[in-house]
Ligand binder design. Structure first.
Ligand code: S3P
Length: 425
């Protein structure tokens, strides 16, 4: 993909549905009784892989333009798959499925692409084993491919060592099939879509601060779900609209769940001209329109409890920080090392190619902003968020840039480059 620089981005857009919510809507729809109708579903590779896994588990799921119908068979309606459940590049599918499958009455095998095979699964497997799960795999049972022999589970009290919504959600799904209460305590609040959607489907779940209590064997009822736009996808356009001169972009219908809006807080702290409008609640999730206008940004410090609220946005925040005056320090973000790529390393390497003064630290990065972006040949490392972040850096460069492996955007945002072009007309 060749990206030409531009001096403006203008217009009104919508972005695809929220990835986290799309995965969960299919999963809960499959184990609820009746027909769940999902509007605004993200037709990206990750979420389509979740659908394929449930096809193999005997669930009928019909997919049309942007609607998905899930014919749920209830909590005990999944059937033994005859094939490996392939999760592609999706950490959310892999980890949540581990939780959901651990307590079934059949065995199954989970596997994904080369990136998934490197991502740590012990963070989910260890507490699941304490619940009674029987899971084995390569590298001392920490990596995919993984074999699960469905077994009887018991609820546990578990202090999560990291703020991870994937770990939390896997344990909550396992908890639906476990004897007694599952009680989780998070070190900091991670995205809470599972808790909200479980409540919506009728589960017996109660949250108080960082504590979550979930009771087993609920009668889940099919729902009509409208998935809001993904703030993680909107983030590229938010930052582009702020960085580029002569720009104003309105992004409609964005999920504004407070566990996801760290990027809004950070960009505001950096001096962004940004307005929220049309704020509303849909399916227990906050939604709004966001308008961004060209702004002079300045550096900031990003650390502590805000990190899980913007973990997926750090690559694009690094691009904003490179354009900002002064220094931005990002700390407490060692989790970036185990995402689709090692995002501390990949962001620093790629932004250095654009002439940015950026340095890797053990748990984040330091960016001395304000230097002009140079055109470069960027790599995506098959990481969708690196491809999109570098495309925004490329828009600000002094000549055409190239992105190798740009089709990684199909993981979460198939229309991405088309939309970027539309805003330049
Ligand atoms: C997700 C949780 C986060 C996030 C990922 C999606 C989810 O991962 O980075 O893109 O849908 O639960 P962790 O739980 O590993 O932090």
């Amino acid at each position: 993909m060749i990206i030409q620089p531009t001096n403006h981005l203008k217009g009104e857009i919508t972005v695809p549905g929220d990835k986290s919510i799309s995965h969960r809507a299919v999963m809960l729809g499959a184990i609820a009784q009746g027909k769940t109708e999902i509007d605004g579903f993200l037709m990206g590779e990750d979420c389509l892989n979740t659908i394929k896994c449930f096809h193999k588990l005997g669930i009928q799921i019909d997919v049309s333009k942007d609607k998905v119908l899930v014919f749920g068979k209830g909590l005990h309606g999944l059937s033994c798959p005859v094939d490996i459940l392939y999760t592609g590049n999706s950490g959310t599918t892999t980890r949540l499925m581990l939780g959901l499958l651990a307590g079934q009455h059949f065995s199954s095998i989970l596997d994904g692409d080369s990136s998934i095979r490197k991502r740590p699964m012990d963070r989910v497997i260890n507490p699941l084993k304490t619940m009674g799960a029987d899971i084995s795999g390569t590298q001392a049972s920490t990596l995919c491919p993984l074999t699960l022999n469905g077994s009887a589970l018991k609820g546990i009290t578990y202090h999560l060592p990291i703020a991870s919504a994937q770990v939390k959600s896997a344990l909550l799904l396992a908890g639906l099939y476990a004897e007694g209460e599952t009680h989780l305590i998070e070190p900091a609040k991670s995205r809470d879509h599972s808790e909200r959607m479980l409540t919506h489907f009728g589960a017996d779940i109660y949250t108080s601060g960082l504590d979550i209590h979930c009771m087993p064997y609920p009668k889940l009822e099919a729902q009509k779900i409208t998935v809001p736009g993904d703030i993680s996808s909107a983030a590229y356009f938010m930052v582009a609209g702020l960085m580029l001169p002569h720009s104003e972009i309105t992004i409609r219908n964005i999920g504004m769940n407070p566990t996801r809006t760290g990027i809004v807080d950070v960009l505001n702290a950096m001096g962004a001209k940004m307005a929220l409008s049309n704020q509303r609640l849909i399916n227990n999730e906050e939604v709004a329109d966001i308008t961004v206008t060209t702004s002079s940004l300045h550096g900031t410090i990003i650390e502590g409890d805000i990190i899980p609220r913007l973990i997926d946005e750090i690559p694009i925040i690094a691009v904003a920080a490179a354009a900002a005056c002064g220094t931005t320090v990002i700390k407490d973000a060692a989790e970036l090392k185990v995402k689709e790529s090692n995002r501390i390393q990949t962001v620093v390497t790629e932004l250095k190619k654009a002439g940015i003064d950026i340095e890797e630290t053990s748990d984040g990065m330091i960016i001395n902003g304000g230097n002009a972006f140079k055109s470069a040949c960027f790599e995506s490392y098959n990481d969708h968020r690196i491809a999109m972040s570098m495309s925004i850096a490329a828009l600000c460069a002094n000549g055409p840039s190239k992105i190798n492996g740009a089709d990684a955007v199909n993981i979460s945002f198939p229309r991405y480059f088309k939309l970027l072009q539309d805003l330049q007309k």
